[in-house]
Design a protein around this ligand. Structure first.
Ligand SMILES: *[C@@H]1O[C@H](CO)[C@@H](O)[C@H](O)[C@H]1NC(C)=O
Ligand SMILES: *[C@@H]1O[C@H](CO)[C@@H](O)[C@H](O)[C@H]1NC(C)=O
Length: 988
């Protein structure tokens, strides 16, 4: 039982883009006979004559004799001729006939056509005549003619018989059929004519001299072989039903495969060969190929080499062709069986059988047998077979017709040699394939015709585009369709990485060079439009849109044409990865298929082409690049320095950047000084803040660590913010990289303002003489105002009062001062803390001895001078200094009692001062109610102290001046630094 082979066709080894178009249908040319000439079955047979580029066409049913037409293809292709002309073969004169008994018998002239470059040979197989030796009978012997401008009758079997009736076996001559099939073997220069009759014969002659001596396979001759042949062939019918020449066996010789049917209607094929006769030197004779005598099988049965098909009534052998389907130098034999029934259903669906060429003795073995079957009912697939390589791959395409398909419309199938070789030919088993499961197939069928494909004839390349044209006969509608072939180019697509053949993790892209090479295997001009689409598969990789597709129009001729384009693949990450790049090239076949006009430069894609290409790209690190490479930077939110007091927080961001391979185990340890941390996203450890990096910290990734510092209580002693970072690429290993970031602080010294006030006073004789007080005071008052937000600690303060002989004592109101007086000055050095928005008042008091006033007067006055110096930073680079000089003027005048006006004035003044004091106290108490209790207490004390200070001042000390400087609603808080308790507080 035969193994069914359809399973193989479902596999995917066939290339994605299949050339399945071989002949251009829209530009077909219809050949027809001159309509004025009587004709019928035009296209029943065909032959191509090279010398004059004409197609010789038989129309055997034209009138009672039959006709042959000549189509001048050159003229027809160039639109110079419309019709084929009939060839004048004057049968009446060349071969007189007798119609007495069969008046309506059609002689079928043109039933077969064989062509050489010098002449064509055509036969009328039912031509009828009366044998000379038997005038009472007429026989349809058939006869043939040569034509090379004039027609001549060949001197064939009938002639031999008429002249020498004994030479022919009587059985052999009874029924006609000479020339239903003819064959020219150019290698051996033989012309074979089959006499397809009840008992057949093959007659043959030298093809270069067809009118001379004719020999017969079976007719009596000196060669005893003919008798053997005759005896043997008696068992077969329709011997010569078709004949085809080919080198079917691996001995380099040409054989003629001749089909017949057995008495039981089975198909059979014998092989004939031509060789020089032993008896008649220099004469080539044709013998039937005998089986080797070594085969040991009874010779009577296995006498001759033959192929048998045991299907009854399949018309096995109705058509045959030879073609080397696997390009091994040996022809395969293709045998049509158009009346073979379908496998499951259908009658006369048809089939072709393929017998693999090779060893002669096993030609009929099952493993050499292949089969292509149709499943279309009554289509008679296999009625005509031809083969030629269209797509230039050296594997011939097979043309098979099914002339009765579709209710007699007919169809021609063009089977890809590539696909047939791939699916069917190879292997050691019998295989059968369903025609309709072939994928690389072109089916041509034209509804306007009848029996389209009844005959097939390849026409040598008429337009020099590298492949043969095809003529398809439709004798049922008296037409031949000529189709131009579309040749093929071999296309190879490739894609490669450009430059260094490596993609690294830090690369942001790589470039692929996509190339296409196009070559016409027959070296012809071509032009092809190709579209390439590129694709990358892999995480984070992409091709930007314009580069995903290319359009190429490539023209060329003999040499290989190469076009390349660069495709940039963008990589969106820095990870190791595997990518798959693929390119697929396609051609737009539809454009060709739809165009009405034929263009010689058109090509299809040969099936051997590689239309897609795929390669893997591996992206990884190399060498030191495989290590992580971390670095720490900082982003301050401020510029080069920080102005203390401008904000409550400082929020720098630490940035850990990895420019190396992914890091899985890194961490940092952060130490800070210069401000307390109020927020950091890291673990607090005794020795710093430990922050683990994300796992992994990928290449070119950055991890940020925001830190918030509390700088809401700045002091002038803060110099800088310092952040130290220890970076561990592996947390558990000692290897460490150190980083240090410093932000200097600045403090605005201008916010410390120094003010001074002092008042001269007038002293009269009366006062000097008043013995109740020995001295008077002269007060110099300094205000140190902190207008800014920064707490100033340890401000160095120096108060100097110039020494005078009339000054008894020098005093400074501030606590904690060192007296470092010298000869010139009473000098006090103090340390001062000044909170934001605080005022410190320092009073330098000179106690003047009344008794010494007069003697020290200069120009009637005494001069008291002091100055205060503040050093606002540790290096004394910023120094504030202010001087104050007051005068005491002596007034030698009326005594107080004598001056009533003065008394009144003083009294009024005293009352006003007292009143102001009371209002001030009341007001201040009111104001302090709003403050915290501690403050209130402190300031109450201060008030008391202030009074005590005032007591030390001269009676007309300018309370008003002071109070005006320190406004009631001023934000300043007056701090008297003479209080040790407060001093302690402000230092905190
Ligand atoms: C062509 O036919 C003529 C007779 O008409 C004959 O003499 C001549 O040899 C033939 N030529 C060829 C090439 O067969
Ligand atoms: C025919 O097909 C076989 C199997 O696929 C392959 O090995 C061989 O190369 C083909 N022959 C030609 C000429 O392509």
């Amino acid at each position: 039982m035969a193994e069914f082979y359809s399973v193989l066709l479902t596999t995917v080894w066939l290339p994605l883009v299949l050339a399945s178009y071989y002949f251009h249908e829209p530009s077909r040319i219809i050949l027809k006979p001159d309509p004025l000439k009587d004709h019928d079955t035009f296209g029943f047979s065909m032959g191509y004559q090279d010398g004059n580029a004409s197609l010789i066409v038989g129309a055997p049913q034209s009138n009672l004799i039959g006709k042959v037409f000549q189509c001048d293809l050159e003229d027809i292709l160039k639109n110079r001729a419309e019709f084929c002309n009939d060839v004048n073969i004057d049968v009446d004169n060349l071969a007189p006939y007798n119609r007495n008994y069969t008046p309506n018998l059609k002689f079928n002239l043109g039933a077969s056509i064989a062509v050489t470059s010098d002449y064509f040979f055509t036969c009328a197989p039912l031509w009828t005549t009366i044998p000379i030796n038997n005038p009472s009978k007429n026989f349809s012997y058939g006869t043939c003619f040569t034509y090379n401008g004039t027609a001549q009758r060949y001197s064939g079997l009938i002639e031999n018989h008429q002249l020498n009736p004994d030479s022919v076996h009587p059985f052999n001559i009874m029924f006609g059929g000479t020339g239903w099939r003819t064959l020219i073997d150019e290698v051996n220069e033989m012309l074979l004519v089959a006499k397809v009759a009840l008992v057949g014969d093959v007659v043959y002659m030298n093809s270069s001299n067809p009118l001379e001596k004719v020999r017969s396979l079976v007719a009596k001759s000196k060669d005893t072989n003919t008798d053997l042949h005759r005896e043997y062939l008696k068992n077969y019918r329709l011997f010569g039903n078709s004949i085809v020449a080919g080198n079917f066996f691996d001995n380099g010789m040409v054989y003629y495969a001749v089909s017949a049917i057995t008495e039981s209607m089975e198909g059979i094929v014998h092989f004939l060969k031509a060789r020089f006769s032993k008896s008649e030197k220099n004469t080539k004779k044709i013998y039937m190929q005998k089986a080797s005598s070594r085969s040991g099988v009874a010779r009577s049965k296995k006498k001759y080499i033959k192929i048998t098909d045991n299907t009854v009534g399949s018309m096995f052998g109705a058509a045959m062709a030879a073609a080397d389907l696997n390009n091994d130098g040996v022809s395969e034999l293709l045998v049509g069986a158009p009346a073979q029934d379908g496998q499951e259903s259908g009658s006369e669906t048809g089939a072709i059988h393929i017998y693999l060429g090779g060893d002669i003795s096993s030609i009929n073995e099952n493993y050499r047998h292949r089969e292509i079957v149709s499943s279309k009912d009554s289509s008679r697939f296999g009625s005509a077979i031809a083969a030629t390589d269209v797509d230039a791959d050296d594997l011939p395409e097979i043309f098979v017709s099914a002339p009765y398909e579709d209710d007699g419309v007919g169809a021609v199938y063009i089977l890809s040699g590539y696909e047939i070789n791939k699916t069917l030919i190879n292997g050691e088993k019998y295989k059968r394939i369903d025609l309709h499961k072939l994928r690389m197939i072109q089916t041509i069928s034209m509804k306007e015709f009848k029996t389209f494909g009844y005959s097939l004839q390849k026409i040598p390349d008429s337009n020099d585009n590298g492949c043969d044209e095809l003529a398809i006969g439709a004798p049922g509608s008296n037409h031949i369709v000529l189709m131009k072939c579309v040749s093929a180019v071999n296309i190879t697509v490739s894609a490669n990485l450009v430059g260094a053949k490596i993609v690294q993790e830090q690369d942001s892209n790589f470039t692929v060079k996509v190339c296409v090479s196009v070559k016409h295997l027959k070296g012809k001009n071509f032009s092809i439009e190709l579209k390439a689409s590129n694709e990358i598969i892999g995480t984070g990789a992409m091709i930007e849109v314009p580069q995903t597709n290319f359009q190429w129009t490539i023209t060329g001729n003999t040499k290989e044409e190469i076009r390349c384009e660069d495709v940039v693949v963008r990589l969106n990450d820095n990870e190791p990865g595997e990518y798959s790049f693929s390119t697929k090239v396609e051609m737009d076949e539809e454009k060709i298929k739809k165009s009405d006009n034929f263009n010689e430069s058109w090509v299809m894609v040969s099936p051997q082409s590689l239309m897609d290409f795929n390669f893997e790209v591996s992206r990884h690190c190399t060498g030191r690049d495989c290590d992580p490479n971390l670095n720490v930077t900082i982003e301050w939110t401020v510029s080069d320095y920080y102005q203390l007091g401008t904000s409550d927080t400082l929020s720098p961001v630490l940035q850990v950047f990895n420019s190396g391979n992914s890091s899985f185990e890194s961490c940092v340890l952060v130490h800070v000084s210069g401000a307390p941390v109020s927020q950091i996203g890291c673990g607090d450890k005794s020795d710093g803040y430990k922050c683990y990096m994300p796992r992994p910290l990928r290449r070119n990734a950055m991890h940020t660590i925001p830190i918030v510092f509390n700088v809401s209580q700045p002091t002038n002693q803060q110099k800088e913010l310092r952040i130290q970072v220890s970076l561990f690429e592996f947390c558990n290993q000692p290897n460490v990289k150190e980083f240090e970031f410093v932000l200097p602080y600045k403090v605005d010294v201008d916010k410390i303002v120094l003010k001074s006030s002092g008042h001269g006073q007038t002293i009269s004789d009366v006062e000097i003489k008043d013995v109740r007080e020995e001295s008077i005071n002269d007060a110099h008052e300094y205000l140190i105002v902190n207008e800014g937000p920064v707490t100033w600690n340890d401000i160095n303060l120096m108060i100097a009062i110039e020494k005078r002989p009339f000054i008894q004592t020098y005093r400074v109101s501030t606590y904690g001062c060192k007296d470092i007086s010298n000869d010139q000055s009473a000098l006090f050095e103090c340390s001062l803390n000044l909170r934001p928005h605080a005022i410190v008042k320092v009073i330098a008091t000179s106690v003047i001895q009344k008794s010494k006033i007069v003697e020290n007067l200069k120009d009637g006055k005494l001069q008291v001078a002091s100055h205060l110096t503040l050093s606002l930073d540790h290096n004394n680079t910023v120094v504030r200094k202010t001087n104050l000089t007051t005068f005491i003027i002596w007034q030698k005048e009326l005594s107080l009692a004598q001056n009533k006006q003065l008394i009144i004035f003083l009294a009024v003044l005293g009352a006003l001062v007292a009143l102001a004091l009371v209002i001030f106290i009341l007001y201040k108490m009111e104001f302090f109610k709003r403050k915290e209790k501690t403050r209130l207490d402190a300031l109450k004390k201060e008030h008391i102290r202030r009074k005590s200070i005032k007591r030390t001042m001269s009676e007309d000390a300018n309370e008003e001046d002071l109070d005006m400087e320190v406004e009631d609603d001023s934000p300043f808080e007056i701090v008297d630094m003479s209080d040790p308790v407060l001093q302690q507080e402000s230092k905190l």
